[in-house]
Design a binder for this molecule. Structure first.
Ligand SMILES: NC(=O)c1ccc[n+]([C@@H]2O[C@H](COP(=O)([O-])OP(=O)(O)OC[C@H]3O[C@@H](n4cnc5c(N)ncnc54)[C@H](OP(=O)(O)O)[C@@H]3O)[C@@H](O)[C@H]2O)c1
Length: 239
């Protein structure tokens, strides 16, 4: 990692889980707007590496290695980023359950633990570790889902995934309560159903049309305080 990224005045974002899909697209959108991007991945050779390699400014897109489910890796990355500051810290990574039609009673214990350990425990550990790197007036964001809304759950399906995102929302509400009256702004993002490996080919929206809106919403939250559960149009999602 170079120091030039620290010294430059451009705003900066840390994206946890940026290898591909929405995380990589978020990195590309912010980089395209002149932001400095530090994204984390779990493996070499990802689309984020491609973005970093193709960007004309060699320091514009940096890549760190992190599996959110490994607390030692979180601590190691936090130590490496000591002294860095970001205008936005966004924890994006997440997984879906492999058996969307299964009720919670039907999923295996292994799958339950995998989804919950990633989407709730891993995300909140990353959020707690990297949130303090956010500059005053900045934003801490977490990728939730409209499927995390209890109020909007009329017909089930994706029971485990829904439960994980609802638990994540609840955990962020607890975090917000502990930091009441302080900045940065806290955002739970419900991006809509978008074509990615996780969203699948039948999703109605592509990342190209959705990501600029998501980024607009995050940028608009700068200077705010408190927790908001927002869709990519900036509308409040019922809890
Ligand atoms: N697409 C949608 O329709 C939609 C809708 C609502 C919410 N979301 C949420 O948006 C986020 C991104 O989803 P996506 O659609 O972009 O899915 P995706 O293409 O499958 O990408 C998932 C991302 O999460 C990362 N990840 C998974 N487990 C991780 C871990 N243990 N540690 C670090 N990173 C991890 C993946 O990294 P690897 O490449 O290493 O696997 C990848 O970068 C998720 O939180 C998802 O729940 C998506």
């Amino acid at each position: 990692m170079t120091t030039s990224a620290i010294e430059r005045n451009n705003p900066a974002i840390l994206i946890v889980g940026a290898s591909r899909g929405l995380g990589q697209a978020m990195g590309a959108e912010f980089a395209g707007r002149g932001w400095r991007v530090l994204g984390t991945v779990r493996a070499p050779g990802t689309p984020l590496h491609g973005l970093a390699a193709e960007h004309p400014d060699a320091d514009a897109v940096e890549v760190e290695t992190l599996d959110m489910t490994d607390p030692d890796q979180i601590l190691a990355v936090r130590d490496r980023l000591s002294g860095r500051a970001f205008d936005i810290v966004f924890v994006n990574g997440g997984v879906a359950n492999r058996t969307p039609q299964a009720t919670l009673a039907e999923v295996s214990a292994e799958e339950f633990v995998h989804v919950m350990a990633t989407n709730v425990l891993g995300v909140m550990r990353a959020e707690e570790a990297f949130g303090p790197l956010t500059r005053p007036g900045g934003v801490i964001g977490v990728m939730s889902s409209g499927q995390g809304s209890v109020a909007n759950n009329a017909n089930g399906v994706n029971d485990l995934y829904r439960a994980s995102k609802a638990a994540l929302n609840q955990a962020m509400a607890s975090y917000a309560g502990r930091h009441a009256g302080e900045g940065p702004a806290l955002v739970l993002m419900a991006p809509g159903w978008i074509r990615t490996d996780l969203g699948g080919a039948n999703a109605p929206f592509g990342v190209e049309e959705a990501m600029p809106q998501i980024v607009d919403v995050l940028i608009a939250q700068q200077g705010e305080t408190g927790l908001r559960y927002l869709d990519r149009n900036g509308r409040a999602v019922p809890w």
